[in-house]
Design a protein around this ligand. Structure first.
Ligand SMILES: [Ca+2]
Ligand SMILES: [Ca+2]
Length: 428
């Protein structure tokens, strides 16, 4: 069968196997062999197209407009998470996300109950409301209320949002406000700090000041995600995305090309980009009243589609929060590494590691496993049962997987790299 183990999840205690024969027939053959082994508790396909109608997916009415959800395989990640949550095998709350931006509509129905009010550096108060629209949109992508029968589903199903306002109606900010906001976010315990703004013109001393603030926060355990900027440049880098310990996020479109509009506006690219996420016509929350972007972007109240690297960054911020809920003890650098190494490569796009793939990020730890797992397989014979909820056999993303659960002792041995009986070392 030529299968190889490409991942292991300690939470589901399951191995992910990529089958050499990716057809349905190949899967069925592999299923019969694996499910016949007494060490295998169940075998299931990692394919959940049927689950789109299942109760595991959120009921938010605009989910159908959120093309990015399936593209980054957030739906599959949610599906796995829903099962783990139900089993009590996962934290109910994801890591808090700070949105340093133009503020957030504090009255929005799809952000209600999520927002922790940070400082408003424009008004000098603690009501960081949004007169521009940008911050409200960014916040929703990362963490709008999930499965609440309203609006959209945020990528992270249960993250608090720390709203910090550094720009007014015109969307412009200052270095002082930005540095204050970074220090504030870290001191208030935000694990993920989203910065969907760009400045290509900072001088060295200004960059250094911002870098120092980032470094302080990074040392407190914060992960930074920033927009790479929208000037369609392969030469200019922008701050804060270019700084050390900050993920620089470019933007892609529905066909995994770099997001560009008429060759004028587009995602920046180049060797300084870490990875990319979706930035083309992204539907998210928008202020309930009239704001600056209402007219310029033709946005109705409450929800609107906007484009740019500003939208791509919160996809990654939300994804980081979800990934962290699966691996609560990881450091920010481990989260960053996993997100990058499991991204879908986009050769020749100059968008770093490629486009976010949240399901892969959660499940594909192949690069962290040593080679002894490659070629691992099981012979036939014994009892098994298939999980009834995991019934779809359709391939996703061109690959077929089986999830194979072992008894816990077996998993521990595997994790320690111990050898097994010869009966467990056959090749497919
Ligand atoms: Ca205010
Ligand atoms: Ca919602």
């Amino acid at each position: 069968m030529n299968g190889i183990v490409v991942g292991y999840s300690p939470y589901v205690d399951a191995y992910q196997i990529r089958l050499g024969d990716g057809t349905l027939d190949g899967w069925i053959k592999a299923y019969r062999i694996l499910s016949g082994n007494s060490n295998v508790i169940y075998v299931a396909a990692n394919a959940i197209s049927e689950a789109l109608n299942s109760p595991h997916l959120p009921d938010d009415p605009k989910l159908n407009d959120q093309w990015g959800v399936a593209k980054v395989r957030a739906d599959e990640a949610w599906w796995l998470a829903a099962w783990l949550l139900a089993e009590g095998n996962m934290p109910k709350n994801n890591k808090p996300i700070a949105i340093i931006d133009s503020g957030i509509d504090l009255l929005h129905p799809d952000l209600a109950g999520k927002i922790i009010r940070g400082h408003d550096y424009i008004d000098g108060d603690d009501f960081p409301s949004d007169e521009n629209g940008h911050g409200t949109h960014v916040a929703g992508i990362a963490a709008a209320n999930f499965s609440n029968g309203e609006g959209i589903a945020g990528i992270s199903w249960n993250s608090d949002i720390l709203a910090i306002r550094i720009s007014g109606k015109d969307g412009r900010s200052t270095l002082t406000n930005t540095i204050g906001a970074i220090d504030e976010a870290a001191s208030k315990g935000a694990k993920i700090i989203n910065m969907s703004f760009e400045n290509p013109l900072l001088v060295a001393q200004e960059k250094d000041l911002m870098q120092r603030a980032v470094k302080r926060a990074h040392e407190k355990g914060s992960l930074f995600v920033a927009a790479a900027g929208n000037i369609n440049s392969g030469i200019l880098s922008t701050s804060p995305a270019e700084l050390d310990h900050v993920m620089a996020i470019g933007a892609t479109n529905a066909s995994d090309g770099r997001w560009v509009v008429n060759g004028i506006k587009g995602s920046n690219y180049g060797s300084w980009i870490d990875m990319a996420a979706l930035g083309d016509k992204i539907v998210s929350t928008f202020p309930t009243g009239t704001v600056e972007l209402s007219e310029s972007e033709g946005c109705p109240k409450n929800y609107c589609a906007l484009s740019g690297t500003s939208m791509a960054a919160p996809f990654v911020s939300g994804a980081a929060a979800v990934l962290w809920s699966f691996y609560p003890n990881w450091t920010p650098d481990q989260i960053v590494e996993r997100l990058k190494k499991t991204a879908k490569p986009l050769p020749s796009q100059q968008l770093g590691a490629g486009r976010l793939d949240l399901f892969n990020a959660i499940f594909d730890g192949s690069f962290e496993l040593s080679n002894y797992l490659v070629g691992w397989s099981l012979p036939g014979g014994g009892n098994s049962s298939i999980q009834k909820s995991w019934r779809s056999l359709s391939p996703t993303d061109g690959a077929q997987f089986a999830l194979v659960q072992q008894d816990s002792d077996f998993a521990e041995k595997m994790a320690r790299g111990e050898s097994f009986a010869p009966s467990l070392s056959l090749s497919f």
